[in-house]
Design a protein. Structure first.
Length: 244
C-alpha cells in the first residue's frame, strides 16, 4: 500500500491545480494563488515520500509532471492572461473578460508561460542529468513568481508597485523572461537533501534561512526577491564548485 502514498499526494496536487484553475478563470486570483501554494506543497512532499519509502517509479515521475503542468503551467498562464487584461483595461476587473468588452489579443500572450512550462516539463522527463540539480527554473518556482504579482497588488497597496505590475510592457517583458528562464541552460541547485549535514547542504540551508527572513519581513513582496536570490545563489554556488 505504501507505494500508492506518493502518487496519492501527486493527485492532490492535480486537484489543487484544478481548483486553482477555476479561481484563476473567475479572476479570484488570491484564491488561485492559495491553491497553487497547496499544490506545490503536495508536489514537494510526494517526491520526499517516494524517496523515504523507497517506492520511486516511472509512473510517479510522469504523473508528477502532468500535475505540475496544471498547477505550475496552466494556472500561471491564466493569471498572466488576467493581469495583461487588467493592464489593458486600466485596473482590476471581475470575470474572464470585462463585461461587454471586446476580446483583445494581447492577454493571450500570457499563455506563452504555459507553452514554455510544457516544453520545460517534457525536457525534464527525458534529461537524465537533472537529478541533483535543475537546468532552467523549475515550474513551481516560476508559478510562485507569477502568482506573487496579484498578491502584491492586493495586500501591499502601493501605488508605485501597482503602476509597475499593471504596466503592460512590464508584464510582456516578465512573460518572455519567464519563458526563457524555464528553458535556459542555467544550472540551479535542487532542494533535495541526501543528508542533513551543513557542509554538504550549506547553500540549501542559507537559501532557506534567507528566504524565511525575507518572507517574515517583506511578506508577498519577498517572493520575487527569493526567486532572484535562488538564481544568484545557484550561479555563484556552481561557479565556486567548478573552480574547486
Amino acid at each position: 500500500m505504501k507505494s500508492y502514498i506518493p502518487n496519492f499526494l501527486t493527485l492532490l496536487n492535480v486537484f489543487s491545480g484544478c481548483v486553482a484553475t477555476v479561481f484563476a478563470v473567475l479572476n479570484h486570483l488570491e484564491w488561485a494563488a492559495l491553491f497553487v501554494f497547496i499544490g506545490i506543497f503536495f508536489d514537494f512532499f510526494d517526491g520526499l515520500a517516494a524517496r523515504l519509502l523507497k517506492v520511486q517509479s516511472e509512473i510517479g515521475v510522469q504523473l508528477d509532471s502532468l500535475a505540475d503542468m496544471i498547477t505550475s503551467g496552466l494556472v500561471p498562464g491564466i493569471v498572466m492572461f488576467q493581469l495583461l487584461n487588467m493592464a489593458e483595461r486600466g485596473g482590476w476587473n471581475l470575470g474572464f473578460f470585462g463585461h461587454d468588452d471586446e476580446i483583445t489579443l494581447l492577454p493571450f500572450l500570457g499563455f506563452v508561460i504555459t507553452l514554455a512550462s510544457a516544453y520545460r516539463l517534457a525536457n525534464f522527463n527525458v534529461d537524465e542529468n537533472q537529478v541533483s540539480s535543475f537546468r532552467g527554473l523549475p515550474t513551481p518556482a516560476n508559478a510562485l513568481l507569477i502568482l506573487s504579482l496579484p498578491l502584491i497588488l492586493l495586500y501591499h497597496n502601493n501605488e508605485v508597485l501597482s503602476g509597475v505590475i499593471l504596466n503592460q510592457w512590464f508584464l510582456i517583458g516578465l512573460t518572455l523572461v519567464s519563458a526563457y528562464l524555464l528553458n535556459s541552460k542555467i544550472e540551479l541547485f535542487a532542494l533535495k537533501f541526501d543528508n542533513w549535514g551543513f557542509k554538504d547542504n550549506a547553500v540549501r540551508y542559507l537559501f532557506l534561512i534567507g528566504s524565511l527572513i525575507m518572507l517574515l519581513t517583506l511578506k508577498f513582496l519577498a517572493i520575487p526577491l527569493i526567486i532572484a536570490f535562488y538564481l544568484i545563489a545557484s550561479v555563484l554556488n556552481f561557479q565556486k564548485n567548478g573552480r574547486s
